[in-house]
Design a protein around this ligand. Sequence first.
Ligand SMILES: [Zn+2]
Length: 329
Amino acid sequence: MGMAWSRSDSFNRTRAVGVRGLSNCSLSCCVNALLQSFAATTELQELLSRWQPSKESGTYNVPLELKRALEAMKDKSQASPHLDFLMCLHHNRICRLTQHDADEVFHATLNLIQKQMSDQQIAAEIKNLYITEVDVCTQCLGCENVHRVPNLFLSIPLYLQEDETTLKDCLKMSFESQKLEGSDAFYCVNCEVKTPSVQGSKLVSLPSILCFNLKRFRNNSGFTRKLNTKVSFPETINMAEMIPEEHSQVSESRYKLYAVIVHSGTAMMGHYTAYIYSTDCKWYYIDDSHVVQVSWGEVQKTYGGRGRFSDTAYMLLYRTLSSEKPKNP
Ligand SMILES: [Zn+2]
């Protein structure tokens, strides 16, 4: 009896924490940090577990190896549950021996899931977990005709300036209207000529998993430098309050932060780590194989603005708190 009790006790403890480290295999810190965020995305895991891979899935199939890696990560006796996934990315031309951009690998992984998954219905559901729909509206100032182009984002890019800012201000700025004139003038199909116009974005729909990419890398004549600008972000947000009403058609949409992918170092020599809000309602800091429980105060230290080599938040993942299922395109 005693044995049975202790076994079930340790099993529960493992399940409750749900966070484990991943060894660094030839510069895999970027993929490791991303895998931690995927492991924390229970919505993604549920969809992957519903998928019955067919025999035609073949070798080096990204969705299949991701499904296997996420399952293997739950077994803490496995020292490196992510090796096959790393190898699989490598064979899909995401070379693991070079420095990656976490947002690029995030996009590449989700796009390869769309391409390589035998069940296209589940593949579409996975995509819809992340898709934010934004219309870019350009209004001709001559005839007032509005040209609308729908855009779908897996992660919302936020462009930073040198000055300290907030997530809300970054969002407000990226939705702001701007006048297009002179060489930037827009071709109006109605007037059949380039005319001055006003261009702005409108938020159309939000996903269950809302991902922001803080664009900290800036390319200046072939040389990439990193912006350590301070960008503060709250633990919970209401998207209806984050974007001016005239640029949004979403109602109350509350989200909670559950993963922060962190970049430290310079654009040339960097390292990725992750903060994860686990199912046991605690924050953890994961630096490859090293895992430590932390406070929200520690997560806030990744806002940036603390010197050249400080840890800075690079990707933020929020999940919906709304009871209503968000509308997907
Ligand atoms: Zn016009």
